[in-house]
Design a protein around this ligand. Structure first.
Ligand SMILES: [Zn+2]
Ligand SMILES: [Zn+2]
Length: 213
């Protein structure tokens, strides 16, 4: 477990879990100790242990890929709190979500409010969750590039989500992805600028790195 943010308002802990070391994030309101968990890759016992001194409110799903949902049934059973996802990614979850989120929705956790951003491309129902200058990004945006895409159309859609929604955020916004370390909107913008200034293959998709593609 790594604490990636800690101030008087909020604490954010990152746990790399399951066979692929997928990041799950626990967000805690410092004042009320209410918490939410983002994604459920597995190793549920460890997540429950981390939540012990908090009051869990929701399980938020960034998207429906198997490495993010392997522990969902177990986690829901342990916590007995509502599961939230986007409708477009709801069908592949191992359970029916209690709440369907859409772009612009707000989720409260004590004194902390999270804004939902719908950022399709990696999957049709991919969501990011924003509070203050912290963005939990799922597999939408990583240091060095966007998440993996299945087709050129998906890639174009993902770039649109990133440039129209994420690049609208303040440059100092910290981006916490579904795998690995954090980046910032400023860094992503600088790299994307270099990428977008060059012509690229219209069939481009898959694992794309801004500076190498
Ligand atoms: Zn994914
Ligand atoms: Zn993933």
């Amino acid at each position: 477990m790594t604490t990636v943010v800690k101030n008087d308002r909020i604490q954010i802990n990152r746990l790399a879990l399951g066979p692929f070391g997928t990041n799950s994030y626990i967000l805690i309101c410092q004042k009320t100790k209410e918490s939410v968990v983002v994604d459920a890759p597995g190793e549920t016992g460890m997540v429950v242990e981390e939540l012990r001194k908090t009051q869990p409110q929701y399980i938020l799903m960034t998207h429906d890929h198997f490495d993010h949902i392997g522990g969902l049934v177990e986690l829901k059973t342990a916590l007995q709190v509502p599961v939230a996802s986007h409708l477009a990614d709801a069908y592949d979850l191992p359970l029916e979500p209690d709440i369907l989120c859409n772009d612009g929705d707000e989720i409260s956790m004590g004194d902390v409010k999270l804004r939902v951003l719908h950022t399709p491309g990696h999957t049709p129902g991919s969501l990011c969750f924003l509070t203050d200058k912290y963005l939990i990004a799922g597999d939408t945006l990583f240091p060095g590039g966007p998440g993996k895409t299945q087709s050129p159309d998906d890639f174009r859609q993902l770039v649109e989500s990133i440039t129209e929604k994420l690049f609208e955020l303040p440059e100092g916004t910290q981006v916490y992805p579904g795998h690995g370390e954090a980046t910032t909107i400023k860094e992503a913008k600088q790299q994307y600028e270099i990428f977008s200034a060059r012509p690229y293959d219209p069939k481009l998709h898959g694992d794309v790195e801004w500076l190498r593609s």
